[in-house]
Each structure stands twice: as C-alpha cells, then as structure tokens.
Ligand binder design. Structure first.
Ligand code: DX5
Ligand code: ZN
Length: 220
C-alpha cells in the first residue's frame, strides 16, 4: 500500500480554516489529522467539538482524530457525532485500553493507540492485533513545530517485528517533526502514515509540499 499523508490542522490558519480545509481537499493528502488537547494530559489546549464539526462539514477526506486527553472514553460517541472516522487514544491515558479500543470499534470507527516517545513498543504486545492503527509520537505531544526524535526509526522496526509476531495488520503512523528530510527514512523503515503540521503549513506551497511527501518512493 502506498503511504498516506495526514496534514495536521493544529498548524492551520484558524482565522481562515475553510481555506486550509479546501487546500487539503485539493491536494494529494489522504486524511485530516485532528489534535485534541485537554491541558491535563498535555500542557496545551487545542480545540474541541464545535471546531471539528465545522471541519467535517467541508472535509472530503477522513478525519483522523488524535486524542491527547485523559479519560477519553467519556467522549467517543461525541467525537463520532461530530465526524471522526478514526479515533486514537494514548496508551498512557487509558487504564483499560482493551475496553477503550473495543468501544471505539463498536461505534463503527477505526481505532488506534498512540505511544509517547519514552514508551517501548513492547507494551503493545497484547493489544496490537486488536487495533487498526499504532501512532508513534516522534515528539513529546502538545505542540506543533518540534524537533523529530531520531529513536522513532528504531521503534518502527521493533513495532514491525512485534506486528509480524502477533499477526497485527495495524497501520503505523508517525506524528511529530516530520519533514522532507526524515520522511524518506520513515517510509523506508515501514511507516504507513505520516502526519505533518509545520512542514505543510509553514511551506510557501503546501499543496506541493504534500505532493512531495506523498511521492516518496518505498524501498531503498
Ligand atoms: C503534537 C501533535 C502533532 C503536531 C504535529 O502533539 O500531535 O500532530 O500537530 O506537528 P508538526 O508536524 O509541526 O510536528
Ligand atoms: Zn497528532
């Protein structure tokens, strides 16, 4: 499968969100990456239901919702109602991760689990076969525009091994500090989905930047 590109709305122009949504619609991007932060799980607050609902009104591609919140289970239904297609929860935020994943799936949505940079992929051994997606944070969550953590490349390889061992068919998504210079290595290491905020929205030509990220060839 060719890899997917998910521009992160966190870096969009909130005073003219419609324009950036149309830009993503007209580009080769595959998903909208939507970062929800509660000011508790991460030291930042982003946006919530009303904004996502408006994004959904115009978005012509799936909404990939990344929940950086505690007790996410309380809100799965509401995220579905405002248009989430994929919901990912943090391993570190879920006491009963298996239950959380099943709840997301029971709503008919794709379910993902997210690992912070410090967390070993080995903690996913008993859940990775149940998820549609594993998101590896390549920065500490909370802010766009941070520096990519190189250790992520090794984690992708370890995750691939774990997935083979457990028969998991999850997609591997990488989130944080993705740029043209590390995207090639990420794809070659086995990443299936690249999130990009600053790299896309900080570019003079975001549509062209998305095309460049999308057109990286797999295999060395
Ligand atoms: C960070 C968010 C990321 C962020 C990525 O907590 O989860 O999705 O928006 O932004 P960049 O690509 O600028 O690091
Ligand atoms: Zn994110």
């Amino acid at each position: 499968m060719p890899h997917l590109i998910a521009p992160s709305i966190l870096s969009a122009d909130f005073s003219n969100l419609r324009k950036d949504i149309e830009m993503i619609n007209s580009s080769e991007a595959d998903w909208f990456h939507i970062d929800v932060m509660d000011g508790v799980f991460v030291p930042n607050i982003s946006f919530g239901f009303p904004v996502i609902k408006q994004i959904k009104k115009y978005a012509k591609k799936p909404l990939d919702v990344h929940l950086m919140i505690i007790e996410p289970d309380r809100y799965f239904e509401r995220f579905k109602d405002v248009g989430a297609d994929i919901i990912s929860v943090h391993y570190e935020a879920c006491k009963h991760l298996h239950r959380s994943i099943q709840s997301i799936k029971s709503l008919g949505l794709k379910a993902g689990v997210v690992l912070n940079p410090h967390a070993s992929v080995s903690v996913l051994e008993d859940i990775v076969a149940d998820v549609d997606l594993v998101m590896l944070m390549s920065v500490n969550p909370g802010f766009g525009g941070q520096k990519f953590i190189e250790n992520t490349l090794i984690k992708i390889k370890r995750l691939k091994e774990l997935m083979q061992k457990t028969g998991s068919e999850a997609l591997i998504e990488v989130d944080g500090g993705v740029s043209l210079s590390n995207a090639v290595d990420l794809i070659h290491s086995g990443a299936d989905v690249l999130v990009a905020g600053n790299t896309v929205f900080g570019s003079d030509d975001p549509v062209d930047m998305i095309a460049k990220l999308k057109n990286i060839k797999a295999g060395k």
